[in-house]
Write a protein that binds this ligand. Structure first.
Ligand code: F6P
Length: 457
């Protein structure tokens, strides 16, 4: 069997595993990978001495190879072009795009450095699978370095229509990069169609035909059974007991997201505030726990968001708190996935209301964590990729705070039979679109399609 080479910006090298947040591509891949794997990417460290020689580590059948970034590479490639241009643009937030030619040059150069460091590690029969928006040019850089192995690419975040992509000055170059892969994967059919639209707009001839034929929509998922098991055992931990004790019988509403403007946190807090304003019966009867680990603090929009959430939390708690009740518990550090699993199981409502999201695995994790006998209710944004399959959730428009408040009310008052029926429907989709099936389907496409596609070109 061919070795699989995964390339991603973040790599869950054994020593850094504890720092992982819930969700994210590292978690999906770890759950899905079988057989011999080489996982290559950034070490997460910034170094001034430029060593392109990767650091190696092994866990089971996976070898991790990581390189450091210089301060300038980190600034231009990661904090700069990836997270100040691509991230907002691909999440439809055109007003937040802060393009700089220098950062873009750094982004491409760092992709070149990844290619240079990866090349000597490759074997002739490897299958290479590049992950996410940080590494769009990597496939072409590898080809230019003489790599002929099959190379696939998967984008974990949304992909907007051509009119939005067009805003980015190097739009054509990036679409050309994507067309250089043997197979390009998207989370939803809508994302894939948007890419096909970009191929029509920016490419021509064989390149255009290849881009359109060699793109697929395959949703990422989780290992639902493993997460359910983790939730059951985590319910027994001291932390779960402490949370339960602190609730004194009140119903728990939970949210768990990186502190990112794509997650719709201010709107979610406003919706909760509206629920307390319009449904006074819930005051002192419910508790909303929002876990929002700080993220990308080198980017000013993230610091601004934190400030506004701090203010909003103060406003809501100042208005509604009693001496023995805090309506909104907001924490900006992360919890382990295991602990969150137990907390999800305890929560009557899971609030997942991003303004845009590629998929959103927390939505699936919340459902998988539920007690089959008495499941909670998922309130899910229609703008999360997960909404395409999890349509048995209460689907909301996160911009409509009154509708979100009403959905929470509907969830809190929903009869057990309906909660159970919805949960069963959600679970069957989660099991169908698992992490393992995502991996299998993509690799089957890459292996089967690549030969004929390359022969045709
Ligand atoms: O959603 C895209 C993604 O790269 C996830 O895989 C990951 O969980 C998240 O963003 C983390 O972002 P960063 O690597 O910038 O901390």
């Amino acid at each position: 069997m061919a070795r699989l080479v995964i390339v991603s910006n973040r790599v869950p090298v054994p020593a850094r595993k504890r720092e992982q947040q819930a969700g994210g591509l590292a978690v999906v891949l770890e759950e899905a990978l079988k057989g011999e794997v080489l996982w290559f990417g950034w070490s997460g460290r910034r170094a001034e001495t430029l060593i392109v020689q990767p650091a190696m580590a092994t866990r089971g059948a996976t070898t991790f190879a990581t390189i450091d970034l210089s301060e300038a590479e980190y600034r231009d490639y990661y904090a700069g072009f990836s997270n100040r241009s691509l991230w907002p643009l691909l999440h439809y937030r055109t007003g937040l795009v802060a393009f700089s030619r220098e950062e873009y040059r750094g982004y491409r150069a760092t992709n070149g450095k990844f290619a240079e460091a990866l090349k000597p590690l490759l074997r002739p029969d490897d299958v290479i699978w590049v992950q996410d928006y940080h590494l769009i040019p990597l496939g072409r850089a590898l080809r230019e370095a003489g790599i002929t192995q099959r190379i696939g690419f998967f984008i974990h975040i949304p992909f907007p229509p051509p009119s939005v992509i067009d805003i980015l000055p190097p739009a054509r170059e990036l679409i050309t990069d994507l067309a250089a892969y043997d197979l390009t994967g998207f989370q939803t059919e809508e994302d894939r169609e948007n890419f096909a639209g970009c191929a029509r707009k920016f490419l021509a001839g064989k390149e255009q035909a290849h881009a359109m034929a060699a793109s697929v929509a395959i949703p990422v998922g989780i290992d639902g059974k493993a997460f359910a098991k983790m939730a059951k055992t985590s319910r027994m931990t001291a932390e779960s007991h402490r949370l339960k004790h602190s609730l004194v019988g009140r119903k728990l509403i939970i949210g768990a997201d990186r502190l990112d403007y794509s997650k719709g946190l201010p709107q979610r807090f406003e919706a909760y505030s509206e629920l307390l304003a319009t449904h006074a019966e819930y005051r002192e009867k419910i508790s909303f726990l929002q876990v929002a680990p700080r993220s990308r603090e080198d980017v000013s929009e993230y610091r601004e968001l934190k400030k506004s959430l701090d203010r909003l939390t103060g406003k809501i708690n100042g208005k509604y708190a009693e001496f023995d009740w805090v309506p909104l518990r907001y924490m900006t550090h992360g919890l382990s996935r295991r602990l969150l699993a137990g907390f999800f199981r305890m929560a009557a409502i899971g609030l997942v209301t991003p303004l845009r999201d590629g998929m959103n695995l927390v939505a699936m994790e919340y459902v998988a964590a539920q007690d089959e006998e008495d499941p909670g209710v998922l309130v899910l944004s229609r703008f999360a990729g997960a909404a395409a399959s999890l349509d048995a959730a209460l689907i909301v428009n996160p911009h409509d705070t009154s509708a979100v408040a009403e959905a929470i009310h509907q969830g809190l008052t929903m009869p057990k039979e309906e909660r159970h029926a919805r949960w069963l429907a959600l679970m069957s989709r989660i099991e169908q679109d698992s992490a393992a099936s995502w991996c299998r389907r993509f690799l089957a496409g890459l292996t089967a399609g690549a030969t004929s596609l390359r022969a045709a070109s």
